[in-house]
Design a protein around this ligand. Structure first.
Ligand code: XMP
Length: 224
């Protein structure tokens, strides 16, 4: 289960770069995650045209971290342009923040995904110290999914223990950041988010298929 992170590099025709990757990959992966670089360069109008017929997961990765009203307004806007999921930080807290966002997501039929730990080392400085409280917020608002890092798979295991089996865990860090395909799923994630290892390769489809195969093999092994 793969979600492709589309983060176009500079000096490319961004719309074309995204469209080519979307066309080549859509039938093999479960979703696409669009981050700030693509959203600010293409704009929501342009993105909604590219993805207009897509029925998989289309995640707006703005990593929202604001007061509730503003996060809710932002989520509502991206929902109007065809996104069906949004990523927000849990560290802004429940009251007047994630609670309000979650209500809007529910109203708009958007899947809410909360970051409870990150793949870079700095996550240990502040975020990871509050992992359990962040998972608690996710439970309280009935978040659809959580983000936890493939680079530190024991965190995924812990998050899975805390959250139970219903909530999805999405895990970045495969490929360029160092984790092998399948690692996160073996530790309890549902989806592995893969960006550059697929999107910056010469043959995008071939690379994606290789990663999907390697994920399958590792998962088959760890599940016995
Ligand atoms: P690469 O190219 O490293 O891209 O495969 C990874 C993608 O995932 C995002 N990312 C994260 N998002 N929590 C998140 O919510 C994280 O810990 C995290 N680490 C990486 C990154 O923005 C890119 O799109």
């Amino acid at each position: 289960m793969i979600i492709v992170a589309l983060d176009p590099p500079q000096n490319v025709d961004v719309e074309k770069w995204i469209k080519i990757r979307y066309d080549e990959l859509k039938e093999y992966v479960q979703g696409f995650k669009i981050g700030v670089p693509a959203i600010i360069r293409v704009g929501l109008e342009g993105l909604s045209k590219i993805f207009k017929d897509y029925s998989g997961l289309l995640i707006a990765d703005l990593k929202l971290a604001d007061i509730g009203d503003v996060m809710a307004l932002t989520a509502s806007i991206v929902g109007d342009y065809g996104f069906n999921a949004v990523i927000a930080h849990a560290f802004v807290g429940y009251s007047q923040a994630v609670d309000e966002l979650s209500k809007t997501c529910e109203k708009k039929g958007l899947k809410l995904i909360l970051v409870v730990s990150m793949s870079h080392r700095g996550s240990e400085e502040f975020i990871d110290k509050h992992l359990e409280s962040f998972v608690e917020i996710a439970k309280r608002v009935g978040s659809w999914g959580l983000v936890a890092p493939a680079t530190r798979p024991l965190i995924i295991k812990r998050v899975r223990e805390l959250i139970g089996s219903e909530v999805k865990i999405l895990s970045p860090g495969i490929g360029v950041q160092g984790a092998e395909p399948g690692t996160a799923i073996c530790y309890g994630a549902d989806y592995e988010i893969v960006g550059r290892a697929i999107t910056h390769s010469e043959n995008v489809k071939q690379n994606a298929l290789k990663i999907i195969e390697s994920q399958k093999q590792r998962v088959a092994k760890c599940r016995g």
